[in-house]
Design a protein around this ligand. Structure first.
Ligand code: ADP
Length: 586
């Protein structure tokens, strides 16, 4: 293989390959079809963008979303690379023009949506192009076992058959269970030995599960991490709206995104987020696929998603730039019901629904595991690893408070009430309320009545929520679930098991840094002038390195990770100026 490092350095500003990149690129040059499985942020794009520059013809990139294409093409152009996309948003004229450019060899990369492949006329057009490489992004979309199956991806094998023998094929994905990976290989005729898989682990992501006072936690978190970009995912549009209004009222810089908003509102909200004008996006899972914003510092799930594939993909949108970031799951047992409802409504076959219930159970177990959270996820994807040392379970040094006695009081009360009521009434009985419903059922005669008089009603329901989340209580289905004792709860009552509680802690992600902030402002101004998202000019990681190393001339500037020749020419002078000014005023 020719030495591509100089090209990598000159164009992208990177001095070495990330794990997996070189192995995948070598296979491409050996004309062997290859499947690359790398975590989000692992650097999949380079695996086909770099060969595309080195190969004489054009590289066709099949990518599922229009938003993603535009973003990628803008980034490439910003680095001085000739790239274009064709999709349904273009006029006939633009379409023709781009195809012509591709035929003339003026384009190095051409992005297309898979839907295009279904048109026979398009297939013919493709035959007129000098295609050297086909890259299939988000390759898991081809598998019905995957969580994001797209029927149009099934057209890809046919397309590949029509290619000249000299063309190479690379399929890339971040979320493939072993079963999905097998499926991709079979459909795209990729031999097993041509699979390159790097670890799924995200070294810069810290996972965390929080089980109480979700709204309060969110507000504290946003307060402490003000100015940092983040995504908050909720399962329903209604919940997105609810959070949006409370957080907006709380004075936070938030936007929202879901399928119930108009196209115009969605894209303007998305833009405000990409351009760092609103720092936090509250969204359903309709948001995010194809969002390459690299400086997302946290992803918080306000409600549990349906399976770990979705979770890892969504959580993985944090920290693509490699800087420390967090993925927090706020867990409440009733949110499981929302996902069950989705499965019931999905109109899938019984087998499909059973599979989905199973996936949901594995997702729920994630919230309960005592072990390393990263390990739990990796194990699900077929990989074994040592403890990450970063997640909330690994780091848990918060003081534990024993609450066995309180738990016994609560469980005993629930049992005496016949396991037929919800947390609200249980809390009223325990605090000795004279509420009509309490009296109507004669609960004031129970020995547990008023047993926790010192507790506030709210405080106590939170404790009951915690016990439910920890699995000592089993909620019934429905909006106002009744509570039953789980086996572990019975063991607590019998004195065979102790219960501990830890308070959730909010962590500050990034320390304040004056020069970094000034660099950020400059980037923001430049971005606005050119109508580009700031992260496309430089990633946060590059800014951080600029702030740390403070380059004083072009040569030093070029040595910063993420600075290629094109970026140096365009931005070097203004950034060096700012750095010099800052050091004089200090
Ligand atoms: P993925 O598609 O796998 O999620 P990307 O291709 O978007 O990841 O890359 C994630 C980030 O890593 C980008 O900011 C990219 O520029 C950066 N990156 C990729 N390859 C390298 C490399 N060899 N050295 C340094 N940074 C890299």
């Amino acid at each position: 293989m020719q030495n591509l490092i100089p090209l990598l350095e000159k164009t992208f500003g990177y001095r070495s390959f990330r794990p997996g990149q070189q192995a995948i690129i070598e296979k491409i040059f050996e004309k062997k079809p290859v499947l690359g499985i790398m975590p989000t942020g692992g650097g999949k794009s380079i695996c086909y963008q770099l060969p595309a520059l080195a190969l004489p013809g054009v590289t066709l990139v099949i990518s599922p979303l229009i938003a993603l294409m535009k973003d990628q093409v803008d980034s490439l152009q910003e680095m001085g690379i000739a790239a274009a996309y064709i999709n349904s948003s273009l006029s006939q004229e633009q379409w023709q023009q781009r195809m012509q450019q591709a035929r003339n060899g003026e384009l190095k990369l051409l992005y297309v949506a898979p839907e295009r492949l279904e048109a026979a006329s398009f297939q013919q057009l493709l035959e007129s192009l000098p295609i050297d490489l086909v890259a299939i992004d988000e390759a898991h979309c081809i598998s019905q076992w995957g969580h994001d199956f797209r029927p149009s991806y099934l057209k890809i094998p046919e397309l590949l058959q029509g290619l000249p023998a000299s063309a190479s094929v690379v399929a890339l994905t971040a979320t493939a269970t072993p079963k999905v990976a097998d499926d991709i290989c079979q459909l795209l005729k990729i031999p097993a030995e041509n699979r390159v898989q790097t670890g799924f682990a995200r070294e810069n992501l810290a996972f965390e599960v929080v089980k109480e006072q979700k709204d309060l936690y969110l507000q504290e978190y946003l307060k402490l991490n003000k100015g940092q970009a983040g995504i908050i995912y909720a399962a329903t549009r209604k919940e997105v709206d609810r959070l949006f209004y409370i957080l907006k009222d709380g004075g936070f810089s938030v936007g929202r995104y879901h399928g119930g908003l108009s196209e115009a509102e969605r894209s303007s909200n998305q833009e405000a987020f990409l351009f760092d004008q609103r720092t936090v996006m509250i969204a359903t899972n309709a948001f995010g696929m194809g969002i390459n914003k690299s400086n997302v510092r946290f992803v918080i799930h306000d409600q549990i998603p349906g399976n770990l594939e979705s979770y890892y993909q969504e959580a993985g949108r944090a920290g693509r730039d490699g800087l420390s970031s967090e993925a927090v799951l706020l867990f409440a047992p009733q949110d499981i019901q929302v996902q069950k409802f989705f499965i019931e409504q999905s109109q899938g076959t019984i087998a499909y629904q059973q599979q989905e219930y199973l996936k949901l159970r594995e997702m729920e177990q994630y919230a309960h595991t005592q072990g390393c959270l990263q390990c739990y996820i990796l194990h699900y994807f077929g990989e074994e690893a040592g403890d990450c040392g970063r997640c909330s379970n690994c780091l848990d040094q918060r003081e534990q408070v024993e609450i066995t006695l309180e738990t016994q009081k609560i469980l005993s009360c629930i049992k005496r009430m016949g396991e037929r009521f919800g947390k609200g009434l249980v809390a009223q009985v325990l605090t000795g309320s004279k509420n009509q419903k309490v009296l109507q059922w004669h609960f004031e005669t129970l020995p547990t009545y008023g047993l926790m008089k010192d507790w506030g009603q709210k405080e106590l329901t939170q404790l009951i929520d915690y016990l439910t989340a920890e699995g000592y209580l089993i909620p019934s289905d429905g909006q106002f679930p009744t509570l039953k004792l789980a086996n572990s709860g019975v063991e607590v009552l019998k004195g065979q098991r102790k219960v501990y509680r830890r308070q959730a802690q909010v962590r500050q992600l990034v320390a304040d840094d004056a020069l970094f902030e000034r660099l950020r402002e400059l980037r923001s101004d430049l971005a606005q002038q050119q109508k580009l998202p700031p992260y496309m000019i430089f990633s946060d990681k590059t800014l951080r390195e600029l702030a740390d190393k403070q380059p004083q001339n072009s040569l030093e500037f070029l040595a910063i990770n993420g600075v290629g020749q094109n970026k140096l020419d365009k931005y070097g002078a203004v950034f060096i100026d700012l750095i010099q000014q800052s050091s004089q005023t200090e």
